[in-house]
Design a protein around this ligand. Structure first.
Ligand code: M6R
Length: 357
């Protein structure tokens, strides 16, 4: 039930800190060790390459998951859009593990891949919010998101839950492989949960930013580099899906290879700057679009901020920045849709779970 909330989406955005804490509880045992099924640990350890298969927002979470698994557990990862995978199946490694990410566990495009790779005899792990779902039942292993029912068509808390669970999975695998890490996921997720609370309390600020940048526009661009690029894809999807503003997320470095031609006077450009190693270059991109008339704003992270940034995120571990940078983007999309009188929870032409290929 929505309770006092006008929309499920807003309620689900607000639930994100609670979901983070729930995941921390569910994936920790009494000795403060990570609690994951030993068979999953074995399957991860045995894999020479991981193939993440997903659609939409879950695909975007997969892009972030690839970073965790490669950087922490040192296993190569490919992330594929489910609907494309079957036509252009890459050459598979000798010991692949397939990881399906799906909020609903019912996405037909992902299921088609699952059926195919099971026929080929490969192992599969499903990460889902619905443990009894088709993708969960048909895979060998399941990890539960514990996000509670997500009703709004636009996925919010499932995205952050997927990223948190992927971080835990990556650390668990790293530890199982004897890799020493100076990254404690539970400690860092606790910081994230607090930061999310700070962010969800800043709705008025985000609503005002939405008025300043997205009030009458027909299009908008999200830019970022490195992990911020992955989040900009999600920011663009959220905005187009519920407000019908044409939005594109792209890598800051790609601007000069084409997209900058679209910048004209007043074009909104939302830049993410949460990563120290690319802070200088993304700000260079912002200057380039401003010089061509863009209505640009920077969402930065504490410690990297500059005076005229539109919004500064509380500081979290640099691997986990997507968990916080996505929150203002979810809220931007929400308010843009609200101001345009769109049906926030049930956008046109879309279904919550897409059960046809
Ligand atoms: O249930 P799934 O995670 O498999 O759904 C995948 C996509 O259909 C879904 O994420 C979709 O892109 C959302 N409506 C985005 O907000």
């Amino acid at each position: 039930e929505k309770g006092t909330y006008p929309h499920f989406m807003l309620k689900e955005i607000d639930e994100q800190p609670i979901v983070m804490r729930k995941i921390m509880k569910e994936y920790q045992n009494d000795n403060n060790d990570l609690k994951l099924d030993a068979t999953i640990r074995q399957a991860m350890k045995a894999a020479d390459r991981i193939y993440i298969i997903a659609a939409g927002t879950s695909y975007h979470a997969g892009l972030v998951g690839k970073e965790f698994i490669e950087k922490l557990a040192k296993i190569p990862v490919e992330v594929h859009v489910a609907s494309e995978f079957s036509y252009n199946m890459p050459l598979l490694s000798e010991k692949p593990l397939f990881v399906f990410i799906s909020q609903s566990g019912e996405t037909a495009d992902s299921r088609a891949v699952l059926v195919k790779i099971k026929e080929m005899g490969h192992p599969a792990l499903t990460i889902t919010n619905v443990p009894g779902s088709t993708l969960s039942r048909e895979a060998d292993y399941t990890l539960h998101l514990h996000a509670g029912p997500e009703i709004a068509v636009a996925s919010t808390k499932a995205y952050t839950a997927q990223i948190a669970v992927l971080a835990i999975l990556a650390v668990d695998t790293a530890r199982a492989k004897g890799i020493e890490l100076d990254f404690d996921p539970m400690q860092e997720l606790a910081i994230v949960a607090n930061a999310m609370e700070v962010l969800t309390a800043q709705k008025e600020t985000i609503e005002q930013i939405t008025r300043n940048y997205l009030a009458t526009t027909r299009n908008a661009f999200f830019i970022g580099r490195s992990t911020d690029f992955n989040v900009s894809l999600e920011g663009a999807l959220k905005l187009k899906e519920i407000s019908y503003i044409q939005a594109e997320g792209f890598a800051g470095g790609e601007l000069k290879h084409g997209t900058i031609a679209l910048i004209e006077k007043g074009t909104p450009v939302i830049a993410l700057a949460t990563q120290e190693n690319v802070n200088y270059s993304i700000r260079g991109n912002v200057q380039e679009v401003v010089a061509r008339g863009a209505n640009a704003m920077v969402i930065s992270m504490k410690g990297l901020e500059q005076d005229d940034d539109a919004f500064v995120l509380p500081q979290v571990h640099e691997l986990l920045t997507p968990l916080v940078s996505v929150v203002p983007l979810q809220l931007l999309a929400y308010y843009a849709a609200l101001h345009r009188d769109c049906d926030v929870d049930k956008p046109r032409n879309l279904a919550k779970s897409v059960t046809v290929e």
